[in-house]
Design a protein around this ligand. Structure first.
Ligand code: MCA
Ligand code: AMP
Length: 515
């Protein structure tokens, strides 16, 4: 096992790290916007304290969940710091989720407060009334108006931090489930803080860094990896509301680090303005959330002179491995286990450990690994070994130099543009459409997104076409989960056991998006 993090790393929490940075350099920038607006550490502390009071006044007590589905803005990010101060459990939700999807998350987590977009206020209020949830506040897309802003405006700019135990919950992040039912991964303060400190040191973050932040802030990558490292280093983020390749090109000369999903890197490479000169102020490009192709890695290096640093993680584990800062960053590899993380390869069937070089399921253990799934003790038990290792469901091997390689997934998961889609959930939605007899959902290669969702459908009514399917799914599934293409077949291929042969379907439709 790699070297363990110090006890201090296990004992601290993200708010304490923020407060330490704020005490050391209150006037240092925390958020830099494209329009020149700067939010310093002291300003972020004051504004998030006001939001923490607004939470408290809305009835939020330590340990309560605060669900947040709002557009990315500086205020949206400050709600994370406010939840930390209030001792609340943060529950960020993908902005693409439909009301139907939200019903499940809110019903399952029963938050004391739901923060939503102003334009969704009526629909969310009705949903909350239905679920007997007590409180709703709103926030506009640019974060400058809404009932949250009004409620926070005249509040004190300091908050008596509800001291948290390292094992207390800091956040619940829902991940899609193989059976179609999402699971809430429970993350403790110690999980997040230990990972932020490990990554800060591994990737050599200092207060001088300027991280170009174009990721959403409702997932681990944008909310925890990018933001929590920034806080742990006392550095700043150039904070963009969304990914736009032209904005990245324009702002890159002011930045030192970029974190992105592989789609960021292939889109940058496709841009004629992305040159070696443009990248000359940068010290680090990090990729994760989905496999980075060796070809993009190679092309990027040829164009800029930089080897993209690929790392690997999961919502449940935060980051588990990383290519080295110094030393070879191997294309197609996710690097070494981080300090304190124990990683092994097991036989998926027998669970016996496999020798170096053999492919099996990746299992991890360490201070980064979550405590379990919210209100699902059986699911939790299924995904941990008796000796505490978490079974990731990713297939990989360790090479002779100790680098981890991911070669596939034991779980039936599609990753499109860094967003995860479980086929079972999409199949259930397709099968409910009148006139559809059965369906199989697969991921096929897609130049921009890595993989794209394809629905293979057997219709019982010949009148059902792609437009009808699209319309039926529009309010049912978030856009990113909806099939990019629907293919109609007379029969789904099945093996002798009657199981749909997805590998055969993936092969058949492998070139569906080739141009
Ligand atoms: C947008 N669309 C998508 C996706 N994103 N469809 C499938 N997959 C997607 N990822 C839809 C839009 O709703 C839109 O639909 C249409 O595609 C075109 O959108 P476009 O403007 O091209 O998209 P974009 O806004 O440029 O977004 C692409 C993106 C974005 C920048 C790659 O998806 C993104 O920011 N992804 C990052 C995801 C992420 O942070 N993952 C981390 C998960 P319509 O035309 O109908 O309106 S955390 C994690 O995985 C672990 C822990 C880890 O290791 O980090
Ligand atoms: P999530 O469910 O959003 O937590 O996504 C976690 C999954 O993303 C992992 O189990 C992997 O399948 C995948 N993933 C994350 N980083 C990488 C990477 N660098 N290479 C390949 N797959 C990755």
């Amino acid at each position: 096992m790699a070297e363990l993090p110090s006890n201090a790393a296990r004992q601290t929490d993200i708010w304490s790290l923020f407060r330490a940075a704020c005490t050391a350099t209150p006037d240092a920038p925390f958020l830099l916007l494209a329009n020149g607006t700067v939010t310093t550490y002291a300003q972020a502390a004051a504004r998030s304290a006001q939001i923490a009071h607004a939470f408290r006044n809305a009835g939020v007590r330590a340990g309560d969940r605060v669900a947040v589905q709002v557009e990315k803005s500086p205020t949206a990010l400050l709600t994370w710091l406010a939840a930390l101060q209030a001792g609340a459990v943060y529950l960020p939700l993908n902005t693409g989720y439909t009301i139907g999807e939200l019903r499940y998350f809110l019903g399952d987590a029963s938050p004391a407060l739901v923060l939503c977009r102003t334009e969704d206020a009526d629909a969310i209020a009705a949903l909350c009334a239905d679920l007997a949830l007590p409180s709703v506040l709103t926030l506009d897309s640019d974060g400058t108006a809404g009932t949250l802003v009004e409620a926070a405006a005249d509040q004190p700019s300091t908050f008596d931090h509800a001291a948290s135990n390292p094992d207390d919950l800091a956040a619940i992040l829902y991940t899609s489930g193989t059976t179609g039912r999402s699971k809430g991964a429970m993350l403790a303060h110690s999980n997040l803080a230990s990972n932020a400190l490990a990554l800060r040191d591994y990737w050599r973050f200092t207060a001088a860094d300027r991280l170009l932040h174009a990721l959403p802030i409702f997932h681990t990558h944008g909310l925890f990896v990018a933001t929590n490292i920034t806080i742990a280093a006392g550095s700043a983020m150039i904070f963009l509301n969304r990914f736009d390749v032209d904005d990245l090109i324009r702002l890159m000369p002011r930045a030192s680090v970029l974190m992105g999903v592989p789609t960021f890197y292939s889109r940058l490479l496709a841009h004629p303005g992305f040159t070696r000169d443009l990248a000359s102020s940068m010290r680090l490009f990090v990729s994760g959330s989905a496999p980075l192709s060796a070809e993009v890695h190679k092309d990027f290096r040829a164009r800029t002179g930089h080897a993209i640093l690929e790392r690997y993680g999961m919502t449940e584990t935060n980051m588990s491995t990383s290519n080295p800062y110094e030393g070879e960053r191997k294309p197609g590899s996710v690097g070494f286990p981080l300090p304190g993380v124990d990683l092994r390869i097991a036989d998926p069937a027998s669970s016996g450990l496999l020798p170096q070089g053999e492919i099996g399921v990746i299992e991890v253990k360490g201070p980064n690994v979550f405590g379990g799934y919210w209100q699902m003790p059986e699911k939790t038990a299924e995904e941990f070994r008796a000796d505490g290792f978490f079974i990731t469901g990713d297939l990989g091997f360790i090479d002779a130099q100790g680098y981890v390689h991911i070669v596939g997934r034991a779980k039936d998961l599609i990753i499109a543009g860094g967003f995860n889609i479980y086929p079972a959930e999409v199949e259930a939605a397709l099968d409910e459409i009148p006139g559809i007899a059965e369906s199989a959902v697969i991921g096929v290669p897609h130049a921009d997104l890595g993989e794209a969702v394809v629905g293979v459908v057997k219709a019982s009514d010949p009148g059902v076409d792609e437009a009808i399917v699209r319309a039926a799914l529009a309010d049912r599934l978030a856009r990113f989960k909806q099939p990019r293409k629907v293919v109609f077949v007379d029969e789904l291929p099945r093996n002798t056991m009657g199981k749909v042969q997805k590998a055969l379907l993936r092969e058949t439709y492998a070139n569906l998006f080739a141009n």
